[in-house]
Ligand binder design. Structure first.
Ligand code: ATP
Ligand code: MG
Length: 321
């Protein structure tokens, strides 16, 4: 039995039963499921304890159940987003980090498919341009933080500053930071600054959910080969992807320390097994639902006077010539 059967459904559950589940039941199931991958900094963390692959392929009988769970999750997400928007107090920042071909784009596309585009902004962060290099590294990210009532998605983020920049120290050298400030403590300082920055966001009503799509080196090879072999996927391949792959070990060390140092209860990391894309998307949807659920979102209440006034306006509209 795969993990889906064990944690998310159960061996006897049917598609009909899933279809009848209430929002509360679905969120509770999702929460139990995503908890396996949530890192909050309370326990000792080692990246190698987290799988890339949950027994990979879903059984034939599980596929429709998994599909339905995702569909239901996306529907609840869209209802919650509507309340988030109406309430206009909280906001949610979802950060995606991963090695190439781990499925960031697909996860964003599928999980956010039901949400109202007006309440959501996706920003991709590439290597900084010259204007961005003239500022501190959070500057370009600050400009895209979600407004109240909105969901912001970062496809890569300020975390690149302790990943690619750490793996390739020549990038750090090109960052125009005063020499005196670049000491052996630089990574420790950055991790601590990021932690504090996220606490600051939390204090302002912005919750942060951080997703690491944990793909294996073997699965990445398979996906790169597909990109090279299938004409419709050729455009996705970049020569530099192979260069980065050579630094796999250094990246994993950097990811491990990053997660350990920046995971907290209010801004958790999720180490999502990403070798199976369907599985990964359910974990991601569940993680986002968990964060939104913690906001206890409700539509703003209308006062009694407002109800009377709305009734009066309704009568006026009905009585129109
Ligand atoms: P895809 O390959 O699916 O299009 P991607 O996120 O890998 O998505 P690319 O344009 O291939 O997009 O890569 C963006 C590159 O920018 C990555 O290699 C990333 O490490 C790099 N990058 C992002 N932020 C920084 C930064 N602060 N400093 C240096 N490089 C960065
Ligand atoms: Mg890329």
């Amino acid at each position: 039995m795969t993990k889906i059967a064990k944690e998310f459904s159960d061996p006897t559950i049917t598609v009909d039963e899933v279809a009848k589940m209430s929002t509360k039941q679905l969120i509770a199931r999702g929460n139990k499921f995503s908890k396996n991958y949530r890192v909050t900094g309370e326990k000792k963390f080692r990246l190698k304890d987290y799988p890339c692959d949950e027994e990979s392929e879903l059984g034939e009988e599980e596929k429709p159940i998994a599909q339905l769970f995702l569909e239901q999750g996306v529907k609840i997400l869209s209802e919650m987003q509507d309340k988030l928007y109406a309430q206009d107090r909280w906001s949610l920042l979802v950060i995606f980090q991963a090695m190439d071909a781990a499925g960031k784009d697909g996860a964003i596309k599928h999980v956010m498919s039901g949400v109202n585009p007006q309440g959501c902004e996706v920003t991709s962060f590439k290597a900084p341009n010259s204007e961005e290099l003239d500022h501190d590294y959070l500057w370009r990210c600050m400009k895209h933080l979600p407004e109240r009532g909105r969901i912001g998605i970062f496809n890569r983020s300020y975390y690149e500053e302790v990943l690619v920049v750490r793996v390739h120290e020549e990038i750090l050298a090109s960052q125009k930071i005063p020499k005196k400030l670049v000491t052996k403590n630089v990574w420790k300082e950055r991790l601590s600054d990021i932690r504090n920055f996220e606490t600051y966001l939390n204090h302002n009503g912005i919750l942060v959910v951080k997703i690491f799509l944990h793909v294996s080196k073997k699965e990445q090879k398979k996906r790169f080969l597909e990109r090279l072999e299938r004409p419709e996927k050729n455009w996705k391949f970049s020569k530099s992807d192979l260069t980065e792959r050579k630094f796999w070990k250094s990246y994993m060390a950097a990811y491990g320390e990053m997660i350990k140092e920046t995971a907290s209860d209010a801004s958790p990391w999720y180490v999502v097994p990403a070798d199976n894309k369907h599985y990964a998307r359910i974990v991601v949807a569940s993680a986002i639902l968990h964060a939104l659920d913690s906001m206890k979102l409700e539509y703003p209440k209308v006062s009694e006077e407002q109800v009377v006034e709305l009734q009066r306006l309704r009568q006026e509209l009905l009585g129109e010539e």
